[in-house]
Design a protein around this ligand. Structure first.
Ligand code: PHE
Length: 441
């Protein structure tokens, strides 16, 4: 393989980047984070972070990747020198950490497809108990996580155009349509209004530094920024494409899906008297009740968890690709070999993550079980630091080339470009450092 592969079209790139962004982060993590952090106030802070610097960072990653046409490590190294390569290496480590728990939750979605199809989640059951029994068992969830890792590896091994791009173009719109149907069902349940109020009427009295930290973690995780994913995807993009509108589209899609997912889950949580602070099980405990309350519920259930599994797949692909790009671009390892070795390691790391809900539930590290520790390390610390390094690099060391690259060497008229640069220089670094440090005092 000599020439580097590229996306087939601009639409394909946008769908792949949106496929990366839209995933378990939106539909599994966002609703339960909103639920454990007080509802509407969290939603507002989250949206504030997306607008204040999420979009700018997404654009910054894509610009750097496209200009370098290299993996994250190679991009930071060629544009910034040897020292900056650290920012790229950090992204690779973050990819391992996130994938190790991501495949566990993705495995749950596979299991739920089967349970829905078998009718094991019919009306009147205690969905909380069912969920608890499944995730705490020692073998099945690990097997599903392994299956999911295997499928991810197969797609990434087959490359950019044929693998990643083709799937995203069809499945993303289908997921969106189903989401809308479920929002309507959830909103029309008796008692849903209390959930809507919880989700949309803010109560700032409970906001703490922790709320901000959770919101920044959620924003980075959901937008896939801070570990080189958007950078790597940008590196497969031709130099003549307009980047800013593509980045804006991706951020809008991701944010819309997250907001809708909240509107799908939280009204139902209140309608059924469930606890919004339930934690990682929230989506899995709530949705079966929603399906049970609709005609053809089992069919919708199978469809929904299938699409969720696919959304998770398009994200998992983008978690794996940055490290593969590194081994292929910088180390000359073959794509297939890199994929199989890295996937095996990720699967091994997934085992303790899965056991955190069962056999290892009592094993604590700094007060966290293994699963929560990985989530905390990656999302609350590593992704924000990755974003911080990126903002500093582009804002202070590579600003002229960045502005030139963003405007396709001056071909595009971008009167707002100074605002973008201002955000990267000041708003993002100050905001990220302030939020990260606020937790320490
Ligand atoms: N954004 C993905 C999601 O919401 C997760 C992800 C994070 C993917 C970081 C790539 C990089 O599920």
């Amino acid at each position: 393989m000599n020439a580097r592969e590229n996306w087939g079209s601009r639409f394909g790139f946008i769908m792949a980047a949106a496929g990366s962004a839209v995933g378990l982060g939106n539909i599994w993590r966002f609703p339960y984070m909103t639920g454990t952090n007080g509802g509407a106030a969290f939603l507002l802070i989250y949206l504030g972070i997306i607008i204040a610097f999420g979009l700018s960072l997404a654009m910054a990653e894509m610009v750097l990747g496209r200009a370098a046409q290299r993996s994250a490590v190679g991009a930071f190294r060629t544009m910034g020198g040897r020292r900056w390569a650290v920012a790229g290496y950090m992204g690779i480590v973050t990819g391992f950490v996130i994938l190790s728990f991501y495949i566990v939750v993705a495995g749950w979605t596979l299991a739920y497809i089967v349970m829905m199809a078998r009718g094991a989640l019919g009306a009147g059951q205690n969905y909380g108990d069912l969920f608890g029994a499944f995730v705490s068992s020692p073998v099945e969830p690990i097997a599903y996580a392994g299956l999911f890792m295997l499928v991810t590896a197969l797609v990434v091994a087959s490359g950019i155009g044929a693998g990643i791009e083709r799937w995203n173009k069809v499945l993303m719109p289908a997921l969106f349509a189903l989401l809308l149907i479920l929002v309507v069902r959830s909103l029309t349940l008796p008692g849903a209004a209390k959930g809507v109020e919880y989700y949309l009427v803010p109560d700032f009295s409970e906001v703490t530094a922790g709320t901000f930290r959770s919101a920044i973690a959620q924003a980075f995780f959901s937008l896939s920024i801070g570990m080189g994913t958007m950078l790597t995807y940008g590196s497969y993009l031709g130099k003549h494409e307009r980047l800013p509108s593509a980045a804006l589209t991706v951020v809008l899609i991701d944010t819309t899906v997250a907001v809708l997912a909240g509107l799908m889950i939280l009204p139902a949580v209140f309608a059924y008297g469930l606890n919004p602070g339930e934690g990682p099980g929230l989506t899995f405990v709530t949705l079966p009740a929603v399906f049970a309350a609709m005609p053809f519920g089992a069919l919708f259930g199978v469809l929904f968890f299938t699409l969720l599994a696919i959304a998770a797949l398009t994200s998992a692909i983008s978690l794996l690709e940055p490290m593969i790009a590194y081994f292929v671009d910088e180390r000359g390892v073959s794509r297939a070999r890199a994929v199989w070795i890295m996937s095996a390691i990720c699967f091994a790391l997934g085992i303790p993550a899965s056991l955190s809900f069962g056999a290892m539930a009592g094993v604590k590290f700094f007060g966290f079980n293994w699963f929560d520790l990985m989530d905390f390390l990656a999302n609350t610390i590593m992704l924000p630091i990755g974003g911080l390094l990126l903002a500093i690099f582009i804002g202070w060391f590579w600003s002229k080339p960045a502005l030139a690259a963003l405007s396709n060497q001056g071909a595009l008229h971008q009167p707002w470009a100074p605002v973008w640069m201002f955000v990267l220089r000041f708003v993002a670094p100050v905001g990220i450092v302030w939020i990260l440090l606020s937790g320490l005092f």
